[in-house]
Design a binder for this molecule. Structure first.
Ligand code: EPZ
Length: 417
């Protein structure tokens, strides 16, 4: 299993190009199922999760390949409507094929994703929404069997604003008969990006980005001719944390700061300086970071996907910060590993109290999930000495060419097998 070896090397300086968003690319790739023909999605990052999704579509009979930064998907011949356990268990976002398959072909057999490191992550809202639209849902030996002669518009209320639940049902509703209203819908920029892509395909969608989305079903959709996914706001946020933690000076390019309002506000409270420039956002870390509290919330609140990286930053801040994780029930797996590096963190339920330490010391640590691994990278870059990050395949799921980007800004990093 690959590992990353990182040696703390003081302030990191230079330019960082942000890649396309993993969590926008995944639903947009599955949206190609809704139309027959060749779709091209640009600025798709080269990531494990993306190749898993492309493999899943090939399994269904599509011709899916990555061609210099674009995903090319031809769905003219789809002959298998199953997402098998061995693929779904490695990437739960595979559940995003459910809505498109039922909407386009009237049937789907998708493995239940099962839990993951950060929580149980049920898909009950995806399934109850499809049932409301007339699908017959049956659970059989770990699989969801879904069938529908013709989905019909429905009013669906989400108890929790689920991101992929909103995306799945928005795609299903695009080809349903009648109008669907999604209430308490997720407002994430990735949901908006998917909606914009669906509209380019001929869908009729209003309200994406707000908590009420209205979709008027149409008879058929056209393939994706020209769509470039938005920048990965979590990757951008991760590099902001790296600038803050190392006291560095990074010019972060090709991302939308407006998608990170809550994160930038909190980084500024911690003393990190932001200067807007022509070519991007310059982010400078202060001599001493100030401790500040965060509470993760659905967008536009502080994103849960930035919680672990922020905690690594607070591990070296002046004072005590309280970090509340309200979205997932087990998203503190990085705490035990940060403690190995000298962080002083205590956990009480969904709340972590971080007492800033003078310095962190390099140590062998283990990545447990995608954003936990990003948190360990942030900590290792500002720690004294060498850290070895084991199970780094977690990082490879969500960060494109991470070592190259880190080396370009002066980090001492190498990959070993
Ligand atoms: C998406 O996951 C992202 N993944 C996650 O990013 C992200 O952390 C999460 O949204 C929250 O922002 C993708 O977009 C591929 P949810 P998703 O449904 O859609 C509960 C990363 O690091 N829930 O918004 O699975 C659920 O358990 C990943 O890139 C139900 O109870 O998250 C959670 O507590 C990690 N029933 C809450 O809602 C359901 O049917 C929010 O989950 C669905 C969700």
């Amino acid at each position: 299993m690959d590992k990353l070896i990182i040696t703390g090397n003081g302030p990191l300086r230079g330019e960082v190009e942000i890649s396309g968003a993993k969590n926008a690319s995944l639903p947009i790739i599955t949206a190609a199922i809704l139309a027959s023909g060749k779709s091209i999605v640009r600025r798709v990052p080269e990531l494990k999760d993306i190749s898993t999704m492309m493999k899943l579509l090939c399994n269904m009979g599509a011709a899916a390949s990555s061609e210099n930064g674009s995903a090319v998907i031809d769905t003219s011949v789809m002959n298998n409507f199953e997402a098998p356990y061995d693929l779904v268990k490695t990437m739960r976002a595979s559940v995003l094929v459910l809505g498109p398959l039922v909407a386009r072909y009237g049937r789907a057999k998708v493995s239940l994703p099962g839990g993951c490191a950060i929580g149980a992550r049920p898909i009950n809202m995806h399934l109850s929404g499809l049932e409301k639209m007339g699908a017959r849902i049956e659970l059989q030996s770990g699989y969801v069997l879904a069938e529908a002669d013709m989905l019909k518009g429905a009013s669906i209320y989400f108890d929790i604003p689920t991101v992929t639940g909103t995306e799945n049902l928005m795609m299903a509703a695009a080809l349903a008969k009648g109008t669907t209203v999604l209430e308490n819908a997720a407002r994430e920029p990735e949901v908006v990006d998917l909606a914009e892509c669906l509209v380019k395909m001929g869908a009729r969608i209003n309200g994406a980005g707000s908590s009420i989305i209205e979709i008027e079903g149409v008879a058929e959709l056209n393939p994706i001719v020209e769509h470039s996914v938005i920048a990965d706001r979590i990757e951008a946020g991760t590099f902001m944390a790296i600038a803050g933690a190392t006291g560095g000076d990074l010019l972060i390019k090709n991302f939308s700061a407006k998608h990170l309002d809550a994160v930038i506000m909190k980084f500024m409270d911690a003393g990190i300086i932001f200067e807007k420039e022509e070519a991007g956002m310059r982010v400078k870390g202060p001599e001493k970071l100030k401790a500040c509290d965060i509470k993760t919330m659905p967008y536009p609140g502080f994103p849960t996907d930035m919680q672990a990286q922020f905690m690594a930053l607070m591990a070296r801040a002046d004072g005590t910060s309280v970090i509340s994780e309200t979205v997932f029930e087990n998203r503190f797996m990085h705490v035990a590993e940060l403690r190995r590096m000298g962080a002083n963190i205590s956990i009480e339920g969904g709340m972590a109290t971080v007492r800033g330490a003078k310095t962190l010391k390099g140590a062998p640590v283990m990545a447990t999930d995608l954003r936990a691994s990003a948190s360990l990278v942030v900590a290792a870059l500002c720690a004294e000495g060498e850290s070895v990050l084991h199970r780094i395949y977690h990082l490879d799921r969500g960060y494109e060419k991470m070592e190259d980007k880190l080396k370009k800004i002066g980090a001492i990093v190498s990959r070993a097998h």
